[in-house]
Design a protein around this ligand. Structure first.
Ligand code: NAD
Length: 494
């Protein structure tokens, strides 16, 4: 593993931080309290900028703006084609400002610049265009009913939508959330994660340029228990959409049900199995399993964080997985060629190291890694454990870091049972050449997404979401639209 880039001075980002205020009713404004909070560079822990700290009052202001925009403004009433044109323009502007957006995102989150600029922003643009394309294709049905009646359904926007997003894919989550909500004609109050407020505030400026009417999308930076909770409890918010941890998902549902029973969609944590069958090409399987876990510093809700390998190839797989992890280049996320940057924050860094210690204490074999890299920032050595047992914390909990746990299995029924024995059900990966085996897994695994001989393949049209405690509802694809629409039945006597 290369430690060299970390010892040097971090690369200076080529962008100024201009937008640090809340975006309410089409304007950048200070928080009511005047308070700010620092957002930090994960490469060093140093302050990048002080950002307005939205609180209960600011959520109230933003909800009033969104309500006015919904009730009085042009957005829900304008032709769907006009709405779609605004969304297309937002996508065009993000595409045009790829470099500034990607630079801010990397600086604030430690994500690889190359990955953000060449994979995530194109995907963000694609998603916004996908939903722009849906805006004028949303319509109800004519329903056959008994008796002399003409029955039709109208699909209407829900109203004011509250959205809360995490720090691991700040702008991608922003796009997943706002795309379908806006295409359906809703207005939005979105709270960014406290660790990563910058990219969404920058994009707020682009929304204005694109001609989004004021109040349609309001962006609040602030903390979960204050601004986030206020949004969830608000009596004038008609729907919530959240991505983050399962524990916070529970809090959000109870806040929603204890206020106005607003419907909630949740995209939560996971402990996804990646299953390597005995017929697999071991080299290919090692590479894909490595990607499935280490992508984005291991900070993915769908990370393949339980690598199950058939006993006949287990030892060879472990040797090669260790060698691959040792080759992984870790360093400044602005430097192209690095495969891994720092973890998002000191809290996450400490949490991951604690899980690594628990893996060692519980008797798993530490093959490589196991500690920090360099002396500053939140870099962790790519870590591989073998001889992991199902009941060890590293096999049950969402670590959200670069820690691969490799487990051994003997037969199909056994691994299916073990793979399903978790409170989560977000995703799974299966590596096999046998179509019958693939089909068996396809039916038996209780997960929202199963990747067969691939992993982390995302597309605007593919629905994403979880079984069990990994969430409810689906994002992306046509499915997402349903969560942002009301259905009105109209019955006319003939
Ligand atoms: P979190 O769930 O606490 O935070 C996600 C978002 O929820 C943030 O915007 C936060 O401000 C907001 N939030 C927190 N408490 C809230 C509350 N009481 N009411 C309303 N909103 C609230 O996640 P975290 O603390 O940043 O990370 C902790 C763990 O969550 C991670 O280690 C990881 O396991 C998991 N996580 C999962 C995802 C995912 O994509 N599923 C993303 C980030 C984190």
């Amino acid at each position: 593993t290369t430690a060299a880039p970390i010892a040097q001075d971090p690369i200076k980002p080529s962008v100024n931080v201009e937008y640090t205020k809340l975006f309410i009713n089409g304007q950048f404004v200070d928080s009511t309290s005047g308070k700010t909070f620092p957002t930090l560079d994960p490469r060093t822990g140093e302050v990048i900028a002080h950002v307005a700290e939205g609180d209960v009052e600011d959520i109230n202001r933003a909800v009033v703006a969104a309500r006015n925009a919904f009730d009085e403004g042009p957005w829900p009433k304008m032709s769907a084609y006009e709405r779609s044109k605004v969304l297309f323009r937002i996508a065009d502007l993000i595409e045009k400002h790829n470099d500034e957006v990607a630079t801010l995102e990397t600086w604030d989150s430690g994500k690889l610049y190359q990955q953000v600029a060449t994979i995530e922003i194109p995907m963000i643009v694609r998603i916004l265009r996908y939903y722009a394309g849906w805006a004028d294709k949303i319509h109800g049905l004519t329903v056959p009913a008994d008796g002399p009646y003409h029955v039709q359904t109208l699909h209407e926007p829900i109203g004011v939508v509250g959205q809360i997003i995490p720090w691991n894919f700040p702008l991608l989550m922003f796009a997943w959330k706002i795309g379908p909500a806006l295409a359906c004609g809703n207005t939005v109050v979105l709270k960014t994660a406290e660790q990563t407020p910058l990219s969404a505030l920058y994009v707020s400026k682009l929304l204005q340029e694109a001609g989004l009417p004021e109040g349609v999308l309001n962006v609040i930076s602030g903390f979960g228990p204050t601004a986030g909770a206020a949004l969830c409890s608000h009596m004038d918010v008609d729907k919530l959409a959240f991505t983050g941890s399962t524990d916070t998902g529970k809090t959000i549902m109870s806040l929603a049900s204890n206020s106005n029973l607003k419907p909630v969609t949740l995209e939560l944590g996971g402990k996804s199995p990646f299953i390597v069958c005995e017929d697999a090409d071991v080299d290919q399987a090692v590479e894909l399993a490595h990607f499935a876990l280490f992508f984005n510093q291991g900070q993915c809700c769908c990370a393949g964080s339980r690598t199950y390998v058939h006993e006949s190839i287990y030892d060879e797989f472990v040797e090669k997985a260790k060698a691959r992890a040792l080759k992984r280049t870790v360093g400044d996320p602005f430097e192209s060629g690095n495969e891994q940057g720092p973890q998002i924050s000191s809290e996450q860094f400490e949490k991951v190291l604690k899980y690594i210690r628990s893996g060692i204490e519980s008797g798993a074999t530490l093959e490589t890694g196991g500690n920090r890299l360099g002396t500053r920032g939140y870099y962790i050595k790519p870590t591989v454990f073998s001889n992991v047992e199902d009941d060890m914390l590293i096999a049950t909990d969402e670590i959200f870091g670069p820690v691969q746990s490799i487990l051994k299995f003997k037969d199909l029924d056994e691994v299916i049972r073990r793979a399903n024995a978790t409170k989560y059900g977000l995703a799974a990966g299966v590596f096999t050449k046998n179509i019958d085996t693939a089909n068996t897994f396809m039916r038996a695994l209780r997960v929202g997404t199963i990747w067969i001989n691939c992993f982390d393949t995302f597309d605007a049209a593919i629905p994403f979401g979880g079984y069990k405690m990994s969430g409810q509802g689906r994002e992306k694809g046509e499915y997402s639209l349903k969560q942002y629409l009301q259905v009105k039945a109209v019955v006319t006597s003939l």
